[in-house]
Design a protein around this ligand. Structure first.
Ligand code: ATP
Length: 378
């Protein structure tokens, strides 16, 4: 079911410039919820605060901590919830006036579990296809194709109530794809999945775009998985745009190189020996904050190409084994707390540790509650 990229322009002034191709445009978009029952919400909640962003075709990650406004934005984009101020266009259509036509061309995978337990995946997805306007035969054919695509073909006649979390997420994805949309909005599709399930879901998301040309907006609070999956990342916090950039801009290389060496009989603490020798050779080292001998990583400021030669020659001169020498990269976490994250980039051995300070876990393994605020503590 190859589908050409949408290539639509939004009527909003900014997007009508020649060559500007977008699937989503928002301009000064705000959403305020009126008074809540909660004491803290007495003045109402501003879920989106003058959000202005353009999203091009491709796979785009929408990142923000819990309560950042991701789901609210998706509901506005689908025409399900009116904005308080500003405007938004999806595939060139105004969300305020074209909710129905937008939902005909856009698939939506909600965050919450919304599946009926007593029907099979086939029955449910056929029903959703029919609701989207497909005739009966086409709905059945598309359902079979889509369930095969998401890896549920063998299980398609079993009641959904007996499915695992991963299978249920796939059913939600299938119903979002069944009507051949040009854009899908996926709200936390990896929620509740184990690492293998996450990888499979992320692989499916990439294939949705690569094989079928469908653009994807996917939300997550896991920085690492969006770094791996998306072409472009939009970061929001408290309903405001923090940054919108190509993923490669977020993760460009730094001038820091991490070096790990082995210990030897002559140098039982190889790291300290190398640190001393490099300092004597005038190589700039970052303070790693660890006691000498407790860290196996040295973080080196690369002044120019000769720094690599100096490190190599010093390691060889000491008779140490070079375990690794790797260029450090910036991480999306730096958008939230630039100084802390940068310092941490120097400290951490594994890039997937990135979310610890931000409260936004970089990787599934880090999705445990954090001390003093947990996942909400951006
Ligand atoms: N119907 C509502 N009534 C009142 N407040 C709401 C409503 N929906 C959302 N909010 C509030 O708006 C803010 C943004 O919520 P939203 O669900 O969009 O965030 P989110 O980024 O999707 O978070 P999560 O990752 O937890 O799903 C939150 O403070 C939330 O409590």
């Amino acid at each position: 079911m190859p589908i050409p990229p949408s290539g639509l322009t939004c009527p909003a002034d900014r997007a009508t410039t020649v060559g500007c191709v977008t699937v989503i445009v928002t301009e000064g978009l705000s959403k305020r919820f009126p008074l809540g029952t909660d004491r803290a919400q007495r003045g109402g909640v501003t879920a989106l605060d003058r959000l202005t962003v353009d999203i091009a075709p491709g796979v785009t990650g929408l990142i923000g901590s819990n309560g950042a406004g991701k789901s609210t934005l998706i509901k506005i984009l689908l025409g399900l919830s009116p904005a308080s101020e500003g405007r938004a266009c999806v595939l060139g259509m105004d969300v305020a006036t074209a909710g129905g036509p937008i939902r005909e061309r856009v698939g939506y995978m909600p965050e919450h579990d919304c599946l009926p337990p007593d029907v099979s995946a086939t029955e449910f997805v056929v029903h959703m296809a029919r609701m989207s306007g497909l005739p009966p035969t086409a709905a059945r054919e598309r359902t079979a194709d889509t369930l095969r695509h998401v890896g549920l073909y063998e299980e398609r006649y079993r009641p959904i109530g007996g499915y695992s979390t991963g299978m249920r997420q796939r059913v939600k994805l299938a119903q979002a794809l069944v009507h051949d949309p040009r854009l899908v909005l996926l709200d936390e599709p990896t929620n509740g999945l184990d690492p293998a399930g996450r990888d499979e879901m992320l692989g499916l998301i990439r294939r949705i775009h690569r094989e079928f040309g469908i653009s994807v907006l996917v939300t997550s609070h896991l920085l690492g998985e969006l770094e791996r999956t998306c072409d472009h990342v939009v970061v929001i916090d408290g309903g405001r745009l923090l940054r919108s950039s190509a993923t490669s801009d977020f993760t460009r290389t730094t001038t820091t190189v991490a070096v790990e060496v082995t210990d030897t009989d002559r140098h039982p603490d190889g790291t300290t020996a190398l640190r001393t020798a490099l300092t004597a050779a005038g190589v700039g080292l970052r303070t790693d904050g660890a006691e000498p001998g407790t860290s196996h990583l040295l973080l080196i400021d690369v002044a120019d190409d000769s720094t690599y030669d100096t490190v190599r020659d010093t390691v060889a001169g000491l008779g140490l084994g070079l375990v690794r020498m790797e260029q450090r990269r910036h991480r999306i976490a730096e958008v939230f707390h630039p100084r802390e994250a940068e310092a941490e980039a120097g400290l951490q051995a594994k890039p997937q540790d990135a979310g610890l300070r931000t409260g936004l876990p970089a990787d599934p393994q880090d999705e445990r509650p954090q001390k003093g605020g947990g996942r909400d503590a951006v």
